[in-house]
Design a protein around this ligand. Structure first.
Ligand code: SAM
Length: 176
C-alpha cells in the first residue's frame, strides 16, 4: 500500500463566512496526515491560522491561498496524481475506496457552497460519504480515515513545541 501524498483543494471559500470551517478543513487534513491545502480564494487569515498551529504542534503542513483551481487540478494530473471530489452525489466511499487506495498522490476537492459542474467531470472519482448532506469537515475526516485503513492516528509531527500525552482523565502535555 503506498504512503499516500494527499493534498486538499478547497473551493468556493467565502472569506466573510467560511473562515472557521476552512481552517478546520485544513486542521483535520493535517491531523490525519495530509501534506497541505490549496485554497482557491484569497484569505491570508486562514493560511496564518494554520501556520500558527503548525509552528506550535509540528509537521510540515502547508496552506497556499490564491490558487486557481483549474490549473491546480491540471498540474496535479500532469504530475501523475489523481483527483477525488467529495460530494454526496458520488459513489459511496466503501464501494470505491479500494480502487482509490493504490494511488500514491491524491488531490481531494471539497466545496463550500454549490461547486461548479465542471468539477464532477474533472475528478477521477466523485465520492460520497453517505448520500446525505453534511459537511466538508466530516466528509474529509471519514475519507482520510478510510484511505489510511484506520492507521491515521500514528502520524508524527516533527518539530512540535508541544505534545499531548493521552490520558484517561485530565490534561497532560509536554513542552518540547
Ligand atoms: N449544497 C452544496 C452542493 O450541492 O454542492 C454542498 C455544500 S456542503 C456544506 C460543502 C461540501 O461538503 C461539499 O461541497 C462536499 O465537498 C462536502 N460534502 C457534504 N456532504 C457530503 C457527503 N455526503 N459526501 C461527500 N461530501 C460531502
Amino acid at each position: 500500500m503506498p504512503d499516500h501524498e494527499v493534498v486538499i483543494l478547497r473551493i468556493g471559500h467565502r472569506p466573510e463566512r467560511d473562515q472557521r470551517v476552512t481552517t478546520h478543513v485544513g486542521l483535520t487534513a493535517r491531523a490525519l496526515g495530509a501534506k497541505g491545502m490549496y485554497l482557491a480564494a484569497s484569505d491570508k487569515g486562514v493560511a496564518e491560522s494554520i501556520a500558527d498551529v503548525v509552528d506550535r504542534w509540528g509537521g510540515n503542513f502547508f496552506c497556499e491561498d490564491n490558487v486557481k483551481w483549474r490549473s491546480c487540478i491540471k498540474n496535479w494530473k500532469a504530475e501523475g496524481g489523481i483527483v477525488v471530489h467529495l460530494t454526496m452525489y458520488g459513489l459511496n466511499l466503501p464501494d470505491i475506496i479500494g480502487e482509490i487506495r493504490p494511488h500514491a498522490r491524491i488531490l481531494v476537492i471539497v466545496g463550500a457552497e454549490k461547486v461548479p459542474g465542471e468539477i464532477y467531470g474533472l475528478a477521477d472519482y466523485n465520492v460520497a460519504v453517505t448520500s446525505q448532506p453534511h459537511s466538508e469537515i466530516s466528509s474529509l475526516a471519514l475519507f482520510l480515515d478510510h484511505l489510511a485503513s484506520g492507521t491515521g492516528f500514528a502520524h508524527e509531527f516533527p518539530g512540535a513545541k508541544i505534545r499531548i500525552i493521552p490520558s484517561k482523565a485530565g490534561k497532560q502535555t509536554e513542552g518540547l
